[in-house]
Ligand binder design. Structure first.
Ligand code: NAP
Ligand code: GDD
Length: 344
């Protein structure tokens, strides 16, 4: 009989890539999505799998939705991607963020405990739990010092997953994932803002793109590589926590230059601080400016992870490096803007 996996948050970036990975591995894939007016299967459609994933409605804020879904579907594995995942928004909506990200995870854990404690559970934990680190790469044992309501919400959910593992012997895994991106990334995140915004400048749809902190550093990988690591975590004999990262940090401004290069711009930085501009040397026009409204009340300045444990125990390694990632995302947004596609 086929393995059955339930993905909560199947309409998002990771939900789509994981669904594809599981289907390729012979799974029956169930996707939980919220009731919504916007197209829920656009990312699944992009990957050509919208007909292969069975969709169910599930709202994590609704106390009985999860338990009913778990009872009805009886999966062998549950992946929890459902979250208010935008860090900047969490400063404006801290209660909502904690409700979805923390209590939502606990609702799932309780449903598993009540229905079938043998169900294997993946919690989408995050490098945001670390806050800014020192110069070294962050590992599974680095202390957590979250700097946003989002980071706090995810740290509490992470601790609950560990607690259910220790208290009830449940197979709860936490993937502490560093930033991973793709052409399916939401438009609010900086990599996608850059590739979409610059593609719009290229095609004359806007003059200039405003960004926040150009000097923030992130350890960016490709989401398609990361879902394989998540799946491997759930296939281990014992549950544990694993960092997935590339080990390399890149500044926002350097990602901009890579994406810009892929779209035919040549960026030169002029000015400092709030007056800094990214000038296209081909035309002399400013295509990037700084908007302080995009700064965060507390910033995580730099994140870089060590995937050593995942490499040793899961045999996992990333394949796509940042220049290839930026070029891939830029090419897709170039095509979408040119063809007037607005899927996500
Ligand atoms: P995403 O694209 O924002 O997807 C989040 C998913 O959660 C969407 O399907 C969304 O549904 C769903 N959701 C939000 N609120 C919900 C609610 N109240 N009830 C049910 N579903 C709800 O995020 P992602 O990039 O795929 O990331 C997946 C998970 O990994 C998230 O939990 C994120 O916090 C975490 N994470 C991401 C990264 C990264 O770099 N991508 C790194 C570390 C951890 P709608 O489509 O209806 O909004
Ligand atoms: N979004 C955004 N928009 N970020 C900007 C901008 C901008 O215009 N300009 C600069 N930045 C900086 C942010 O201040 C941050 O330091 C960095 O770019 C990355 O921001 P995001 O792409 O929004 O990602 P994030 O690191 O805050 O959060 C993502 O990664 C986490 C893992 O570390 C999300 O996917 C989280 O859900 C995930 O947990």
């Amino acid at each position: 009989m086929k393995n059955t996996a339930l993905i909560l948050g199947a309409s998002g970036q990771d939900g789509a890539y994981l669904a594809k990975h599981l289907l390729q591995n012979g799974y029956r894939v169930l996707g939980a999505v919220r009731r919504s007016a916007s197209p829920r299967a656009a990312r699944l459609q992009y990957l050509g799998i919208e007909r292969d994933v069975e969709l169910f409605e599930c709202e994590l804020l609704e106390p009985t939705n999860v338990i009913k879904l778990v009872e009805k579907t009886r999966p062998r594995e549950i992946y929890n991607f459902a979250a208010q995942s935008f860090v900047a928004a969490s400063f404006e909506q801290p209660l909502f963020t904690l409700d979805v990200n923390t209590l939502g995870a606990v609702r799932i854990l309780e449903a598993i405990r009540a229905v079938d404690p043998a169900i294997r559970f993946y919690q989408a934990s995050t490098s945001e739990m670390f806050g800014s680190g020192d110069d070294g790469a962050q590992t599974e044992t680095t202390p957590f010092r979250p700097r946003s309501p989002y980071g706090v919400s995810k740290l509490a959910a992470h601790a609950m997953a560990v607690n259910y593992r220790e208290s009830y012997g449940m197979f709860c895994v936490s993937g502490i994932l560093f930033n991973h991106e793709s052409p399916l990334r939401g438009r609010e995140f900086v990599t996608r803002r850059v590739t979409l915004g610059l593609a719009e400048v290229k095609h004359g749809r806007r003059d200039c793109l405003a960004l926040g902190n150009l000097d923030a550093q992130r350890d960016w990988g490709f989401a398609g590589d990361y879902v394989e690591g998540m799946w491997r975590m759930l296939q281990q004999e014992r549950a544990g926590d694993y960092v997935l990262a590339t080990g390399t940090a890149t500044r926002v401004r350097d990602f901009v230059a890579l994406a810009a290069g892929a779209l035919g711009f040549k960026i030169a930085w002029e000015g400092t601080g709030r007056d800094e501009r990214g000038i296209d040397r081909n035309t002399g026009r400013a295509v990037i400016r700084v908007d302080p409204a995009l700064f965060r009340p507390a910033e995580v300045h730099a994140l870089r992870g060590s995937p050593a444990k995942a490499a040793a125990e899961l045999g996992w390694a990333h394949r796509v490096e940042v220049p290839e990632l930026a070029a891939m995302m830029a090419a897709e947004d170039d095509r979408r803007v040119r063809d007037g596609l607005q899927d996500f």
